[in-house]
Write a protein that binds this ligand. Sequence first.
Ligand SMILES: Nc1ncnc2c1ncn2[C@@H]1O[C@H](COP(=O)(O)OP(=O)(O)OP(=O)(O)O)[C@@H](O)[C@H]1O
Length: 587
Amino acid sequence: METDLRLESSLWIGNKRYRAVLTGWHLKWTEADKKNGDKKTVSVPVAEVVGVENGRVEILPQKSVEDTDKDFTVFYIKRSRSRSTYGLLWNLGRTQFSCPSRVLRDQWTNHLRTALKTHSPLRPHRLLVFINPFGGKKKGREIYHSLVAPLFELAGISSHVIVTERANQARDHLLKKDLTGFDGVVCVGGDGMFSEVLHGLIGRTQQEAGLCETDPAVTLQPCPLHIGIIPAGSTDCVCYATVGVIDPVSSALHIIIGDSQPLDVCSVHHASTLVRYSVSLVGYGFYGDVLAESEKHRWMGPLRYDYSGTVVYLSNRSYAGIVQYLPADPLLSSPKDKTRCLSGCNVCSRSTERLFPHTSDSGSLYSSHFSQYSNDSEGEWVSVEGRFRCVSITCMSSSCARSPLGLSPSAHLADGTGDLILVWDTHPLSFLKFLYRHTSTQDQFDLPFVEVHRVKAVRFSLPDGREEEVHEGIGELNRAIGGEEREYVDTVSRNGSQQQLAQSVVERETMNEHKTVAPILCGLCCKKTPAVSVWNCDGEILPFTEIFCRIHGQLVRLYARGIEDGAAMQNCSQESDKNKSRCITYK
Ligand SMILES: Nc1ncnc2c1ncn2[C@@H]1O[C@H](COP(=O)(O)OP(=O)(O)OP(=O)(O)O)[C@@H](O)[C@H]1O
């Protein structure tokens, strides 16, 4: 096949002559009229060619076509470093080639298109796109139509676009409508919009497999459709943690070339109900309180998180609880091993083999049924009890622009585990040190009051005597979200119901007679300290305090590849000409 696709000839870029070679896996061009030592070669992997067009064509920022019959334009991925982020920005590279004849031009374009089909079989052809017009700065529509749609068109992807008119529309669509013919689902919005798509796709997959999502003991079926995220929200945490940059063009290019990044998902249950799915943070104590407080100040915009963080910090709260966890195999990895889960991560690759041992291709991966959890449940549960500043479970590093290394810098995207972070009650200044370390490169786990464990499942309950009081709170919260306990607890909306939830949390705080930690300072913080906090689940308040969390290894797949190591790529680009074919470099 490689020999069939091989093509070699002289081509011109401007008035310079190049020797161009298509080998099947790479398109390379080298200046022809220079001495050997001065010759520069550009090598583009075929897998990273976005499209090939006849004529002299420009796509971004505006499409323009000059239809000449001896020219063709190749579009491909070009990387650049971003000053503010760890990952690499992907831009649309473009080179216009001229041929001596139309016949040769057609030969080049045909060969390149055939090579694309042969060597990039996982590229999507048809996508279902949901745009939240109200996410972030309300620019979702503009971002999609000006930056993303032209790239999809160039790559020959057809898309069915739905601009949402209400919260949960995307989730409901995915749960109920015909999805035949789609290769993936793209959400244009923030983490809330991603969560809608996540819930819709996981729910739909289990429905079709006849599995009961609400039962924590059931091993869920991985979703067959990929998810693409075009960041257009306020925080875009999931995009940052899986692509390394928050940039719509980079994300669109990952979708186009059919990148595939498996992702672990944490299911959160209360008794026999499924409460929610999470991919980044399930946090009790500080993170729950900050979310509840911030919901009261939505009018402040993104500033509300800083304000609420300060208020909650000053109120100096800690909460009693019992945490039970099922440790993951310590021989595989550790949350303190100082490694980072980057593109091509070995730990995650080995996990794919471990989680799906009888599958060699992605098609059968989705059709088999697994028993990963039943083996794990034979392990030993560990139980700890005490007062905590916060209890957090995260399935990924949860890095973001503010905390570039994240809540758990060595967490993996797809190893079937989560990291449980326990911050015991401590002096306010020590806790401040812990929080501050998230913004620097200092190790936030290297503190005597912090523990971190790699886990498969976590159970949180309240010490004896607290349950009744909490159930009253749950009843109150359930009334706030509109009635009795439901099998599937609907906490997805960040709008009305979420505000009511926050309000009822506040009411609960002021009604509460339990005061366990003396407030420091005054004014803001002289409210009575509540006996229980709330859970923050990927930015939503959960209506239950006692929960059970289970990590489902590689339950979904994103059009992403994890964070590319910018430093390594740079070293690669400094390699000698001889080694360049091994590196993904462009000039
Ligand atoms: N048309 C709509 N009207 C109102 N709410 C919507 C609509 N479409 C989606 N939503 C809801 O809006 C919520 C927030 O959207 P989104 O996540 O896109 O933006 P964001 O909150 O600004 O960003 P982030 O989640 O990254 O902080 C989501 O939970 C989603 O369910």
